[in-house]
Design a protein. Structure first.
Length: 322
C-alpha cells in the first residue's frame, strides 16, 4: 500500500458527524433478556432481574440483522473510504462504558451515536489500518442512562512469510514424544484469526492457555468459581482470588451454527457452543471433531487446544458422535 495521499485528512473530516440520530431500542428493557444474559454469564446476583446488569447497556440498542433505527450515512461512507484504500478487514478491539442510572424492566431505550475519533495509520500484528471509535449516548425514558464507546480496527491483513519447520515438526507423528494433558489440535487456517484482547484482568487466563491449561478463577474467601475472568467475585464482592485447573470435561449447554457473515479466518458453517465444564462454570468455544450438524445439547466434550498459526493458541472442545 502506497503513500497516504491525503486519506487521513478525509477520514478526520468524519469526526463529530452523527452515526445514528434518534435511534430507538427495538424492545424495552425486559426480564426474559436479563435472565438469558445472567444465565449465560453465570451471574446469580439477587439484584437481577429487578434491574438489568449495567454491562447490558449496549444490548438494548443492538439492531440485529435488520440494523439500527436512526442510522446515518456518515458511518457507512467512512467505512467505504477505508475499504477503497485497501483496509478491507475489520476487528472489534475494545469498548468502554459509563453508567449514569440503572436500567429497569419497562424502560424504553433511545440513543444517539457520533463518530468520535479516527486514528492515524497504525501498524499492528494483524496488519496496518485505522482505529475508528464511536460514542453512543443512551437514554432510558428520556433520561441519560450511560455512554458506550466502541472501537474497531479497519486494516489490511499483514502478509507473513512461511516459517521454516523445526526438527521437532519434521519428525513423523509417531516418533514425537507424547505429552500429558489434553490433546493438541493443529490445522491450517485460510487467514490469521483475530487476536484476543488481553488485559490485566484476563492475562493469567491466556498465560495458562499458552501452557495448554484451562484455568478457572476461584474466590479465596468464599470459594466460588467464576468464568469469564473478572476483577471481583459475584457472590461476595471480594477482589482476592486464585485459580483451579479445569479437568477438561464438559457438556454442550447450548450452541449455534454460524453460516453468516463469512470471515476470512473461518470456514462456515461451524458450531459455536456454550460449554458447561465439569466444575460448573460455562464458557464459549468452538466444537471440533464432529460435523457441525451433529452437535447436540448435552453432548459430552473434551478440552483440546487449536493452533491456527504460530503465535496463537486457543481452547476448543472436541465432541464425539458416539
Amino acid at each position: 500500500m502506497g503513500v497516504d495521499d491525503g486519506l487521513y485528512e478525509r477520514l478526520k473530516a468524519y469526526e463529530g458527524r452523527p452515526a445514528a440520530t434518534g435511534g430507538e431500542g427495538k424492545d424495552p428493557v425486559n426480564e426474559p433478556m436479563i435472565r438469558h444474559w445472567c444465565e449465560a454469564m453465570g451471574d446469580t446476583s439477587p439484584a437481577y432481574p429487578a434491574v438489568a446488569p449495567p454491562t447490558m447497556l449496549q444490548a438494548w440498542t443492538m439492531g440485529g440483522l435488520s440494523g439500527h433505527t436512526g442510522r446515518t450515512e456518515a458511518y457507512d461512507e467512512l467505512l467505504g473510504l477505508l475499504d477503497a484504500a485497501g483496509f478491507t478487514s475489520v476487528v472489534a478491539t475494545d469498548c468502554e462504558q459509563e453508567y449514569l442510572r440503572p436500567l429497569r424492566p419497562g424502560d424504553r431505550i433511545s440513543f444517539d451515536a457520533v463518530i468520535e475519533s479516527v486514528s492515524p495509520r497504525k501498524t499492528t500484528k494483524l496488519g496496518t489500518g485505522h482505529f475508528v471509535t464511536t460514542r453512543m449516548d443512551v437514554r432510558a425514558d428520556g433520561e441519560p442512562a450511560g455512554t458506550h464507546r466502541f472501537r474497531i480496527l479497519k486494516y489490511a491483513p499483514a502478509t507473513r512469510k512461511p516459517q521454516p519447520r523445526t526438527q521437532q515438526e519434521k519428525r513423523p507423528q509417531e516418533e514425537r514424544p507424547q505429552e500429558e494433558g489434553p490433546q493438541e489440535e493443529r490445522g491450517p487456517s485460510p487467514a490469521r484469526r483475530p487476536r484476543p484482547v488481553v488485559n490485566r484482568d484476563n492475562a493469567g487466563f491466556w498465560e495458562g492457555v499458552a501452557r495448554r491449561e484451562l484455568l478457572i478463577q476461584r474466590c479465596t474467601p468464599c470459594g466460588s468459581l467464576r468464568f469469564p475472568w473478572l476483577p471481583g467475585c459475584n457472590s461476595c464482592g471480594s477482589a482476592d482470588w486464585d485459580t483451579v485447573r479445569a479437568s477438561g470435561s464438559g457438556t454442550v449447554y447450548s450452541y449455534v451454527v454460524m453460516h453468516h457473515p463469512p470471515f476470512p479466518a473461518f470456514d462456515p458453517p461451524y458450531a459455536v457452543a456454550l460449554v458447561e465444564l465439569a466444575e460448573g462454570v460455562r464458557m464459549i468455544s468452538n466444537i471440533t471433531g464432529v460435523p457441525y450438524d451433529k452437535v447436540r445439547i448435552g453432548m459430552p466434550v473434551e478440552l483440546g487446544f487449536l493452533e491456527p498459526d504460530e503465535e496463537l493458541t486457543l481452547p476448543v472442545f472436541r465432541g464425539s458422535e458416539g
